[in-house]
Design a protein around this ligand. Structure first.
Ligand code: 2PG
Ligand code: MG
Length: 429
């Protein structure tokens, strides 16, 4: 059997925040090698699978030597001899081996790198790119619509904005390369305008500009101006997506907008966001309320209406069970899928499946701490997820993903075509 695993090798490498992370290489009997690396979040949901980090003084306690030992001493011996082509069995074994509910014994970082490396090895062994192997039969494959960061904030930019991601979605772009072209120009224009006003501090964790705004709303105004300066029509060709990441500044129903020196309850935050929805071309809002405020999250989802994409990240943490709970409450209509929140690919796929059954949409997402690993692009294409969130078109760990999409486009029967507008809440009549 060419897909039999004969070697699992862990390696300590570096992520885009200059922190240690894990890479795993899986070799099969046929000589195929699959490699994948673990990303790391900064604004993590409390229900996420947990990384194993060393603690202590070095690298802020974030070293991964213990997790690396787990790969070499426990995961490798358990996986050797198993079939890389049976992803569910491999992932089930990883979960059982870890033995904890939150994956903290071996670490979600060890598990996700191994799980993705096994998938890549199985694809390599059968001579297929991963996206094609994941797709199996079924319908047409398209590249995902990019959700691209222009301004960073929150935990990714020292709290310079309260909201975390101010992003552009090229909803009117005819294809994937054009979506990148339009957004790159918007990103450039936004940076230029900020520099002219002396409001540019640098680049945030995901490659968006690290801005000096006085209010959160100034970021929305600046993005609309950048869209226009790039020659695009706001709301028709390019719209705004936000990740409010409200769990970062809200707890127990109170929300503190430090940038603006004001505090409000959940209803107050809803009112603020609904006002933005009326006045700016926003089509998507992620984590509008905190993870401990599901009732207000649901109230916001109802008030925003069916044409606005309301994305559950911290609330659903790529977990099938939590997607079901959120949907039962009416909190959100779209799930953000980050494999390391779940721990393994099979669990991430289960969250996608749960979302689909409930009529929810999905977005595959990178983390704020990334590597050059581009596996998530293959997941988005192969799993037919219509959107991808990776950060900006700057910083190598981000371009690694956007550029992988350009490569995949050359092999897709539909070329660089994007999903039909009817795949998205804002495109439905
Ligand atoms: C998010 C991600 C990406 P992090 O909140 O959606 O923007 O950030 O990886 O820090 O959780
Ligand atoms: Mg988020």
């Amino acid at each position: 059997m060419t897909t039999r695993i004969i070697r699992v090798h862990g390696r300590r490498i570096w992520d885009s925040r200059g922190r240690p992370t894990l890479e795993v290489e899986v070799t099969t009997a046929g000589g195929a090698v699959g490699r994948a690396a673990a990303p790391a979040g900064a604004s993590t949901g409390s229900g996420e699978a947990v990384d194993l980090r060393d603690g202590g003084a070095a690298f802020g306690g974030r070293d991964v030597r213990r997790a690396l030992c787990g790969i070499e001493e426990e995961i490798a011996p358990a996986l050797v001899g198993r079939d890389a082509a049976d992803q569910e069995a491999v992932d089930g074994l990883l979960v059982a081996l870890d033995g904890t509910a939150d994956r903290s014994r071996l670490g979600a970082n060890a598990l996700v790198a191994t799980s993705m490396a096994v998938a890549r090895a199985a694809a390599a062994a059968t001579g297929l790119p991963l996206w094609r192997r994941l797709a199996g039969g079924g319908g047409e494959l398209r590249l995902p619509l990019p959700e691209i960061q222009v301004f960073g904030g929150g935990a990714h930019a020292g709290g310079r904005l309260d909201i975390q991601d101010v992003m552009a979605i090229a909803i009117g772009a005819p294809d994937y390369p054009t979506a990148l072209d339009w957004t790159a120009e918007i990103h450039r224009r936004a940076g230029e305008a900020m520099a002219e006003r002396g409001r540019l501090c640098g680049v945030a964790d995901e490659g968006g500009w690290w801005p000096a705004f006085d209010t959160n709303e100034q970021a929305l105004e600046a993005l609309v101006r950048a869209i226009e300066a790039a020659g695009r029509v706001p709301g028709e060709e390019v719209a705004i997506a936000l990740d409010v990441a409200a769990s970062e500044f809200g707890r127990g129903g109170r929300y503190r907008l430090r940038r603006e020196g004001r505090e409000m309850d959940g209803d107050g935050l809803c009112t603020l966001l609904l006002d933005w929805l009326r006045r700016y071309p926003i089509v998507s809002i992620e984590d509008p309320l905190a993870e401990d405020d599901a009732a207000t999250f649901a109230a916001f989802t109802r008030a925003a209406g069916p044409r606005v994409q309301v994305v559950a990240d911290d609330l659903a943490v790529s977990s099938a069970g939590r997607v079901r709970e959120a949907a039962a409450r009416g909190a959100g209509n779209t799930v953000l899928l980050k494999p390391n929140q779940a721990g393994t690919l099979s669990e991430t796929a289960a969250a996608l499946e749960a979302a689909r059954r409930l009529g929810w949409n999905a977005i595959v997402s990178a983390r704020s701490g990334e590597t050059e690993d581009a596996t998530i692009v293959h997941l988005a294409v192969g799993w037919r997820v219509p959107q991808l969130k990776v950060g900006a078109m700057m910083r190598g760990e981000r371009t690694a993903k956007w550029n992988e999409g350009l490569r995949i486009a050359e092999a897709l029967p539909a070329g660089a075509a994007l999903p039909s507008p009817s795949c998205f809440p804002w495109g439905r009549s």
